[in-house]
Design a protein around this ligand. Structure first.
Ligand code: MIC
Ligand code: SF4
Length: 644
């Protein structure tokens, strides 16, 4: 078992119960939380339902960064609710325009050695500053704000030894794309990654944060860098030097070790439509490109946009390409504006978007049909761009800028000019005026609830017999974007009946009943909806709507080969049983429309009697579930909100 690691040092200080053995359930104290607007409204509605006057964390921040299109009143209604509920409950409010939650949190709040729970799957970004930063569903974050510990499996710790130094034109993004090539997006549930070795000292905090950010795509719980002189320098430049503590591993041993020599890395790309479909840029060179977008919580730091500006300076974006840039934070945008880099970007012909998630969550800028889009983002799941059949590649800022200039995927070193020497700022521009501090007592604050702010739906207790119908059978890697599309539908996050209409929208066939219609018909006939999937079911986003909306439509169980960590927790929180097949071939027995009966489920769960047997068409199907005692208590009650 792993020993003397940074991860264990942080865990030791935070574990409140459980056995520190990989795979065993443990609970940890949460020091900080973050929410964003697309998951935040539900999280705060849930917090209100818990009757908590004031949050009990050291720091809780509510960001508005996802839903900023304001097509119709819904988004702004959400913002007003979030701002007022933050004031009422003692939460700092980051106004729209201030930037993407993970980037701003890194700049202004992240503290080495502390724990952070965020209602967004890329919360691990702050592992770049030495935090144990974990993504979770909104309800788990609401519980943490209420002072409850966070439940998770004690991790298997993967040590990644970094040696060497990144060469010219090679970027932190290429490190994490290499990791995705090595570890893939599958099979890493329950693991945490810790980076160590001489190569660590060569990477700045924003570079480390790019790497920890996309640990989410590996499916690991979080990724952590040590806190060293580089971390101290970053914090000092942010005017927060006093938050620094050293965190280093002493002769660590890991459960598993990998090595990456930074000097040997080449520019890479994740090809359509999975972050682990990795090829070298040189293999793809020459592919015509129609769109390039630079931004997202992965790659929009001051350093990333400075290198892009230096590459674009005095040059023009190719006639066949549109280049859009979404800065990660107002700090980044204002610094670029003040030092002239923004003018270089604009002069080159780039389109400037506001500081926020923007196209990364399908808020505009969908590519044309049959065109290649290059993005510095972290996800290229099918249709996430808003275009069916999209061809989205994930690349570094350097490779993105190279394609913007040439109109083709281009090895940046072949551009014919030297690698621009861009250093980090000597000091970051500090202006916290868009972070609204809550009043010392929130009792008097009026919480603004416009008519689009609903209430979280509550489930009924788990029945003893599930009389199920398979409402959909999907394949491998069903993402939460597949289950609950975002983009133009994002504005309905606070309105479950409306949002539930588009569950599994991408799988609906023209002229046939939609998933929502089929599931509602099963529910109204007094039966229970069942979803069947394969590997990595529920990968991607932490959106608990991927559990809430199916629950609202009467779904009682998901049966798959493997279910991703955050999604499995969300299913349990809303009373949907996450089952895995004991025999993978049984998947074939459950096409859409199959009737399934699972008897004595309550007593079997109470006694933890596994496998549970489901009967379908006269055949028996064995199902397992890795549930803790607390998970079972929640499931029997029909979800966490039914428990006091
Ligand atoms: C995403 O990148 O998919 C999101 C949008 O940030 C989500 C959260 C959400 O769906 O609101 C995430 O990663 O958790
Ligand atoms: Fe926003 Fe994209 Fe980051 Fe999600 S991955 S938080 S949508 S920038």
């Amino acid at each position: 078992m792993a020993k003397n690691t940074v991860i264990q040092k942080i865990l030791e200080k935070h574990i409140v119960s459980g056995n520190p053995v990989p795979g065993e359930p443990v609970s940890i104290r949460i020091d900080q939380t973050l929410t964003q607007d697309a998951t935040g409204t539900m999280a705060y509605l849930e917090l209100e339902a818990m009757n908590i006057d004031r949050v009990r964390t050291e720091v809780s921040v509510s960001y508005v960064d996802h839903n900023m299109m304001q097509n119709g009143p819904e988004n702004r209604n959400d913002h007003l609710y979030l701002q007022s509920v933050a004031a009422a409950k003692g939460v700092i409010f980051s106004r729209p325009g201030n930037g993407i939650c993970h980037q701003v949190h890194l700049e202004r709040f992240g503290v080495p050695g502390k724990t952070l729970l965020g209602s967004d799957s890329h919360t691990p970004t702050n592992g770049g500053i030495g935090m144990m930063a974990i993504g979770a569903g909104g309800l788990d974050v609401a519980l943490a704000m209420a002072g409850r510990p966070f439940r998770m499996a004690y991790p298997t710790i993967i040590g990644v030894k970094l040696t060497g130094k990144l060469g010219d034109w090679v970027s932190a993004k290429d490190v994490i794309l290499k990791m995705l090539e090595l570890l893939t997006t599958k099979g890493n549930v329950g693991c945490m990654v810790e980076y160590f070795g001489d190569g660590v000292a060569t990477l700045t905090v924003p570079q480390r944060a790019t790497i920890t950010n996309m640990g989410a795509e590996l499916g690991v719980t979080c990724s952590v860098f040590p806190s060293d002189a580089m971390t101290r320098e970053f914090l000092e430049k942010q005017g927060r030097g006093s938050s620094w503590v050293e965190l280093k591993a002493d002769n660590p041993e890991y459960d598993r070790t990998l090595e990456i020599n930074l000097s040997e890395l080449k520019p890479l790309a994740a090809c359509p439509s999975s972050p682990d479909n990795v090829k070298t840029i040189s293999e793809l060179a020459g592919t015509p490109v129609g769109q390039v977008i630079i931004g997202s919580c992965t790659n929009s730091s001051f350093r990333d946009l400075s290198i892009v500006a230096a590459m674009l300076k005095g040059r023009k974006v190719h006639d066949d390409v549109t280049l859009s840039i979404a800065p990660g934070s107002r700090q980044v945008l204002e610094m670029l504006a003040r030092n002239g880099a923004l003018a270089d970007i604009i002069a080159a012909g780039a389109r400037i978007l506001e500081a926020g998630c923007g196209p990364c969550i399908g808020q505009g800028q969908s590519p044309a049909d049959d065109t290649v889009t290059l993005r510095t983002f972290n996800r290229n799941f099918p249709g996430r761009t808003g275009t069916r059949g999209d061809k989205a590649y994930l690349v570094s800022p350097e490779s993105a800028a190279a394609a913007a200039l040439t109109g083709r995927i281009t090895e940046p070193s072949a551009l014919g000019f030297p690698y621009p020497q861009v250093s980090d700022a000597d000091k970051f521009l500090i202006d916290d005026s868009m972070l609204i501090q809550p009043p010392c007592c929130g009792k008097e604050v009026e919480i603004i609830r416009k008519k689009t702010i609903g209430t979280p739906p509550v489930n009924t207790p788990l029945p003893d017999t599930i009389r199920g119908v398979v409402v959909i059978r999907t394949g491998d890697k069903t993402s939460t974007d597949d289950i609950m599309p975002a983009g133009v539908h994002l504005k309905h996050r606070s309105n479950i009946p409306e949002y539930a209409k588009v569950v599994f929208e991408r799988f609906n066939e023209e002229g046939k009943e939609t998933f929502a219609q089929r599931a509602a018909a099963v529910r109204d006939a007094g039966k229970h909806g069942i979803i069947v999937g394969r590997d990595s079911y529920g990968q991607g986003s932490s959106r608990e709507h991927a559990a809430i909306c199916p629950m609202y439509l009467g779904v009682k169980a998901v049966i798959a080969y493997a279910i991703e960590r955050i999604h499995a927790a969300n299913l349990i929180n809303f009373g949907i049983v996450p089952f895995v097949f004991v025999n993978r071939e049984d998947y074939e027995l459950l096409p859409q429309g199959t009737e399934i009966v699972i008897e004595n489920l309550r007593s079997k769960l109470e006694k933890k009697e596994f496998p549970v047997i489901a009967k379908a068409n006269g055949k028996e199907i064995a199902l397992n579930s890795n549930l803790s005692d607390e998970d079972i208590r929640i499931l029997l009650a029909g979800g966490r909100l039914n428990l006091k």
